[in-house]
Write a protein that binds this ligand. Structure first.
Ligand SMILES: [Ca+2]
Length: 207
């Protein structure tokens, strides 16, 4: 009889565990989807394995040759992207990824930065460019988000940057951008990892 009781208890516990897991999975399912591809720079570009797949890199002048995937201290996964200024004297360097989005959606963009060797008045910033549906695409406007100055960033830990903005009328695409603004060139490097972008229709009442 005692054994039967114990079996019953075990079954109840197993059932409760299964139920809890189901509830947790359901909660997880409701979490906003990350719209970025390769958000943590885990996939290298097949054509240039120092660069992340999907993302495009830019600089004020020339190509940003100092960007590279690194495996030291990733925020998540096995790698992070090192954004570094080079000797080209560019005033800015960055990466971007274009994602379709509807006008009126509330977009939340988060990223993690960590200092490597950035100093003085140099800083990193997140932003979103809103593009229309024309060919070629035209920039409607740009929303600048959180700034991390060299002095705000530690070499020992990651700092979260976050911005929220509503896609303006006419938006068809958004360019999710991380920019490094060196006070001088070259002027150090930062790590970037674990980016996330979600777009929610907050005007629609929840069921
Ligand atoms: Ca990563």
């Amino acid at each position: 009889m005692q054994k039967a009781n114990r079996t019953m208890k075990m079954r109840t516990m197993a059932w409760m565990l299964a139920l809890t897991t189901t509830i947790l999975l359901a909660e997880d399912y409701k979490a906003p989807q990350n719209l970025l591809k390769n958000p943590g720079f885990e996939a290298p570009d097949p054509g240039n394995t120092k660069q992340p797949a999907v993302w495009s890199a830019f600089a004020e002048t020339g190509e940003p040759i100092a960007f590279t995937l690194v495996t030291d201290h990733p925020k998540e996964g096995a790698s992070a992207l090192k954004l570094a200024s080079d000797a080209s004297a560019s005033k800015f360097y960055g990466i971007g990824q274009q994602i379709p989005v509807k006008a009126g959606r509330t977009v939340t963009f988060t990223a993690y930065f960590r200092n490597v060797s950035l100093r003085d008045d140099s800083y990193g910033q997140i932003s979103i460019e809103w593009l229309n549906g024309d060919e070629p695409k035209k920039e409607i406007s740009r929303t600048w988000g959180a700034v991390a100055k060299a002095g705000d960033l530690s070499t020992d830990d990651w700092k979260k940057l976050e911005m929220t903005a509503v896609a303006p009328a006419g938006t068809a695409l958004m360019n999710i951008v991380v920019t490094l603004f060196p006070a001088r060139s070259p002027d150090g490097a930062i790590l970037v990892d674990d980016l996330s972008v979600s777009a929610e229709d907050l005007a629609k009442p929840k069921p």
